[in-house]
Write a protein that binds this ligand. Structure first.
Ligand SMILES: Cc1cc2nc3c(=O)[nH]c(=O)nc-3n(C[C@H](O)[C@H](O)[C@H](O)COP(=O)(O)OP(=O)(O)OC[C@H]3O[C@@H](n4cnc5c(N)ncnc54)[C@H](O)[C@@H]3O)c2cc1C
Length: 304
């Protein structure tokens, strides 16, 4: 059994900020991260990051690189990567990972979001043609007929981006209005390269072996759209299943906490995207991670 004073789950911006603040305050920390490297969602950001006062980044990879450098220098062997946590017992201050059991005095949950998967009957049959990231597959999408699913910034920016390289782009969104930024919505509506289908959803995938199209329902009617790839951008879900029934959560499965990140269980704090009423932004993740570290420090009886 591994024992630690503070255990941090997740090495995205929230978890890493929490760990750095704890280390600065001479707390003994261990961070568990299920992926091979820290950074969380940062590596999925394909576009420039323009909302951080610490500097401009061309994409999330470059920011993740900066985060990794800090982690290697300061957190070092207090981070275990490739280490998914599979169960949690908050009553007994214990988590189980692939490295065995870990007990803690205080816990910071910073497990972030995961990509929400498209659910359509028969999707497994064509899973090779369903993409949840487009940036890294751009070569495969050149001159192809593509369907993009979703109504937020990510879906609309992807549709615009693919409009420049793909043979055709159809954007399918289940509601009548988009959640994306107004300037992005305007660009899509004015683009001659993107065909928009609102109030629409995919009913079935067409093609015996390879994908040849999708059947959508639109305004009560069915319509076939030829395509060989479907890019799905329907948002994100919080990684909070491990804590269900053990912590107070809201109707969106986000964890309820006070301003310092303290949850309904003493000694358990949360930070970042999974916080109820929080903002899914890097700056918020970092700030709330720092806040959680202060809360933990106070909980453990350290003087300010
Ligand atoms: C495409 C895209 C573009 C974005 N653009 C911007 C932008 O321009 N500006 C901005 O401010 N924000 C942007 N964001 C949002 C920003 O990336 C997030 O708000 C931020 O990463 C949240 O940090 P976090 O630490 O809370 O969670 P995450 O970054 O999700 O980190 C959580 C970590 O926990 C780990 N984890 C989860 N479950 C377990 C488990 N069971 N065991 C161990 N580890 C686990 C995950 O592997 C992950 O590394 C964007 C996000 C995306 C996806």
């Amino acid at each position: 059994m591994i024992e630690t004073e503070v255990l941090v789950l997740g090495a995205g911006p929230a978890g890493v900020s929490c760990a750095l603040e704890c280390l600065d305050n001479k707390l003994e920390v261990l961070v568990l991260e299920r992926e091979r490297a820290p950074g969380g969602q940062l590596k999925q950001i394909p576009s420039p990051i323009r909302n951080l006062c610490t500097g401009y980044h061309n994409d999330g990879e470059s920011l993740a690189g900066a985060l990794e450098e800090v982690v290697h220098a300061l957190v070092a062997d207090r981070l275990l990567t490739d280490c998914p946590v599979s169960s949690v017992d908050l009553k007994n201050s214990l988590v189980v990972s692939n490295r065995g059991k870990v007990s803690y005095r205080a816990l910071a949950i910073a497990t972030g979001y995961r990509v929400r998967l498209l659910e359509v009957p028969g999707i497994e049959r064509v899973s090779d043609h369903i993409l949840y990231r487009s940036g890294i597959y751009k070569d495969a999408l050149q001159e192809k007929a593509v369907v993009v699913v979703g109504g937020g910034d990510s879906a609309l920016l992807t549709a615009l981006d693919l409009g420049r390289i793909s043979a055709s782009v159809h954007l399918i969104h289940r509601s009548s209005s988009f959640r994306a930024r107004p300037d992005v919505v305007k660009a899509v509506e004015e683009s001659p390269r993107v065909t928009v289908h609102t109030d629409s959803s995919i009913r079935a995938f067409l093609g015996a072996e390879a994908l040849t199209g999708v059947l959508i329902s639109k305004d009560g009617e069915e319509l076939e759209i030829p395509c060989s790839k479907v890019v799905v951008k329907i948002g994100y879900a919080p990684n909070t299943e491990l804590f269900a029934g053990q912590l107070d959560m809201d109707h969106r499965d986000h964890i309820i906490c006070d301003r310092s990140g303290a949850t309904s269980v003493p000694g358990v704090y949360c930070a970042g995207d999974i916080v109820s009423g929080g903002v899914d932004r890097i700056a918020w993740a970092m700030g709330s991670g720092t806040d959680a570290a202060f809360g933990i420090r106070k909980y453990l009886g350290h003087k300010f």
